[in-house]
Each structure stands twice: as structure tokens, then as C-alpha cells.
Design a protein around this ligand. Structure first.
Ligand code: ADP
Ligand code: MG
Length: 300
């Protein structure tokens, strides 16, 4: 499985919802498409699902145009619609028939699938009685019905309460073991738990594509956090005169020393401290924001 998104652009009248967007997803990846409301996530996802046509650009799955590979894709829309008077079993049976699956096959597969998404006991309850998390898990079952190679999900957990969110995240952790996943969200922490790679979108543009580690490294502050004994505080006043020290601020129980070049200056600084007989109780090179802060920095 290899999904190639090439230079996709989509306009609605004057509004460019997706702007020259390209990325590749390989088999077994779990990728988070992350961006604030209105960034273009749903538009892009609908184009990948071949529900919406792009104005420009192309999408290939295993080198073939997406329109001929639809059966390889499972799609969970942002707002899945169900008939409240159907049971979970009937819903999947109905949807499966619509997408051309054999009745016999469905009779066999649906109970297994409902079991998998944790709705085995609720198979014959009306969907109208389901919680948000249960509906979302039914939506995931529907998207998995034809055993797709790639699952694309539009904000699968954003609208759920903490319990529903937990249920769905746990289910996705299982599904990602056997299926490639692309999911969108405007809440980074939702993706942080299950995705290895984060693609950020803002005003239709791709602004970042990195693993968690890369993101943290890339947005690392050039600063060193030190904790020293009170008796050594005098040393800090000496640092002000060093050419590579830009700024010193107090930070919790220690101090943040901003430098020009993290790697070389950290060594100079520790040497300077040792020469001045300072005892360090903590010396931490490179202060990392958490992912949420990086996300806010990027998209706001
Ligand atoms: P997201 O899913 O990231 O919140 P969308 O893809 O839904 O963003 O929307 C991206 C932009 O395109 C928004 O400004 C939105 O108002 C606009 N847009 C989306 N769908 C339509 C449409 N059918 N007609 C007009 N504008 C649209
Ligand atoms: Mg959306």
C-alpha cells in the first residue's frame, strides 16, 4: 500500500480550501492530519475518499488513480449518519449490500466485525439508543466492512466525551496493527496517542510533516536549564559577560540560560561552571516544548 497525494488544490468560489498539498503515506503508517477548524482537513480527506473532485492534482493508490481503487479505502466521515431505527447488524448489512458485498459473506463477517469494535452484545439494539462512542465504533466497523488497505477517518474522536474517546482510541490502537491509517483532528493530543507521524495543515497548506521526535527536536529552544546551590548564585552574574550567553531567566527552582549555539555553548558553559567551582544539581541541554505548544506555535 502506498498513497500518493500530488499537488492537490481545491477551491470553493474564492476560498482555496486545499492549496497545492502533497504527501505520501506508506503501508502500516498511522498519520495524523492536524489543523485548526477550517484548515482544509475534511476537504482533503473527501478528495482522498474520492467523494469530492480536486481542481488540480492527483491521488494515486499503489500507482493507480484513486477513482479505480475505491474498494481499497475505508472512509469514516466527520459526521456519520445512521438510521436510528436500524440495529447495528442491520446497519452494516444495509451498508455492505450498498457497497456490493455478498449477503452470505456479510452474514458471516458482520458478527466478527461487531465483536472487534466491541459491539458484539449490542448487535441487535437500535442505533438510536447508542452513545456517541458506540456510533463512532459502528462507523469504524462500516469503514472496515470491505477490508480496506487504508482507513481514512475525519475527526474520529473530536466530538466524543472522555469515555467515548477512550473507547475509540483503544479500538484504533488495535486497528492500526493491521491497517494503514490517516486520521484528521484539531486536537493534537488525540493524534499524539496513536500516530507516529504528524502532518499539519493551515489555510489549506501543508506546514509541517514530521515524527514526534523530529517535531520536538526541530522546535527545541536553544537554552540550558541549570540548578545550582544558593551559595553559587554569584556565578550567574559572571555569565552575563560571556559572549555566547544571550539571556538568563529564573525558571522554577533553577535558571534558563539562553545561548547562541546549543551544542558548543553547553560545553563551554559547563566548563566555565566547573572552573568557577560551581556545583550543578541539574544541567539540562535543550529545553523542549511539548507537542501541544509546538502545534499552537505553528497554527495560530
Ligand atoms: P476543516 O475540516 O479543517 O475544518 P474544511 O475542509 O471543512 O476544514 O474547510 C476548509 C475551508 O473550505 C473552510 O474555510 C470552509 O469554510 C470551506 N469550505 C468547505 N466546504 C465548503 C463548501 N462546500 N462550500 C464552500 N466552502 C467550503
Ligand atoms: Mg472538518
Amino acid at each position: 500500500m502506498r498513497l500518493e497525494i500530488k499537488n492537490i488544490t481545491k477551491k470553493f468560489k474564492q476560498k482555496t480550501a486545499v492549496n497545492d498539498f502533497s504527501m505520501v503515506i506508506d503501508a502500516n503508517e498511522c498519520v495524523g492530519l492536524i489543523g485548526p477548524n477550517g484548515a482544509g482537513k475534511s476537504t482533503l480527506i473527501q478528495i482522498i475518499a474520492d467523494i469530492l473532485n480536486a481542481d488540480n492534482g492527483e491521488i494515486f493508490l499503489d500507482g493507480k488513480k484513486i477513482s479505480s481503487m475505491k474498494n481499497q479505502i475505508g472512509y469514516l466521515p466527520q459526521y456519520p449518519n445512521f438510521f436510528s431505527w436500524m440495529t447495528a447488524f442491520e446497519t452494516l448489512s444495509f451498508m455492505g449490500t450498498l457497497s456490493g458485498l455478498e449477503k452470505n459473506e456479510l452474514q458471516k463477517e458482520i458478527p466478527l466485525l461487531l465483536e472487534k469494535v466491541g459491539l458484539g452484545k449490542e448487535a441487535h439494539l437500535h442505533v438510536g439508543t447508542f452513545s456517541g462512542g458506540m456510533k463512532q465504533r459502528l462507523g469504524i466497523a462500516q469503514a472496515l466492512l470491505h477490508k480496506p488497505a487504508l482507513m481514512i477517518m475525519d475527526e474520529p474522536v473530536s466530538a466524543l466525551d472522555p469515555i467515548g474517546r477512550r473507547e475509540v482510541l483503544n479500538l484504533l490502537k488495535e486497528i492500526k496493527k493491521e491497517t494503514t491509517i490517516l486520521l484528521s483532528t484539531h486536537i493534537l493530543s488525540d493524534a499524539e496517542e496513536i500516530c507516529e507521524r504528524f502532518v499539519m495543515i493551515k489555510n489549506g497548506h501543508k506546514i509541517e510533516d514530521a515524527t514526534k521526535l523530529e517535531l520536538l527536536e526541530r522546535h527545541q529552544e536553544s537554552a540550558i536549564f541549570v540548578m545550582i546551590r544558593k551559595a553559587d548564585f554569584q556565578w550567574l552574574t559572571m555569565l552575563d559577560h560571556l559572549p555566547y550567553v544571550k539571556k538568563i531567566e529564573s525558571c522554577g527552582n533553577g535558571f534558563k540560560i539562553h545561548v547562541k549555539n546549543l551544542e558548543t555553548d553547553a560545553n563551554c558553559l559547563i566548563q566555565h561552571g566547573l572552573d568557577s567551582k560551581v556545583m550543578f544539581t541539574k544541567f539540562e541541554v535543550g529545553i523542549q516544548d511539548n507537542l501541544e505548544e509546538i502545534f499552537l506555535e505553528l497554527v495560530v
